[in-house]
Design a protein around this ligand. Structure first.
Ligand code: ZN
Length: 156
């Protein structure tokens, strides 16, 4: 990766880590799940508001953890707004592959919102650090659990 691109990615992660978007438990929501990453000590709760048609109207999170877990959750809540559940799950699948697999090994998770996926590229560096993959994907696991009506998820 080019150094200046790496620096840009670093900057975006630091910015989201320091000033997380959509942080805090909202007054109203209709789905929630907690995510726990004991390896690093990250704990996150995701709060979703689903519209009557099932699409994600609003997304928030709170919790504590390392900069990667916080930045990933922050980015995720920004990206999810207005997405259908199928789109959210496709993004999760593509994101998980990006964090864990080489490009040619990616599986088909269905059509993905390219613009949204592009924003997640800032976290692609975690692929070189297997320990951090769980930090980066924690919020997504929690979001997925919330969509499926589960209250908790753990990376263990
Ligand atoms: Zn972490």
């Amino acid at each position: 990766m080019f150094d200046d691109l790496r620096d840009l990615y670093q900057e975006v992660i630091l910015d989201h880590g320091r000033n997380p978007r959509n942080f805090g438990r909202p007054d109203s929501f209709n789905r929630t799940a907690k995510g726990d990453n004991p390896m690093c000590g990250d704990k996150i709760a995701v709060y979703l508001t689903l519209a009557p048609d099932g699409s994600i109207q609003d997304a928030h999170f709170d919790g504590r953890g390392c900069a990667i877990s916080q930045a990933s959750a922050s980015l995720m809540t920004e990206i999810l707004k207005g997405k259908s559940q199928a789109e959210a799950e496709a993004l999760f699948g593509h994101f998980h592959d990006m964090c864990t697999k080489d490009d040619h090994e990616h599986t088909d998770h269905g059509p993905v919102d390219e613009e949204a996926f592009e924003k997640l590229q800032v976290l692609s560096g975690v692929r070189e650090f297997p320990m951090r993959v769980k930090c980066a994907t924690l919020a997504w696991h929690a979001m997925n659990a919330a969509l499926h009506g589960e209250e908790k998820t753990s990376t263990e």
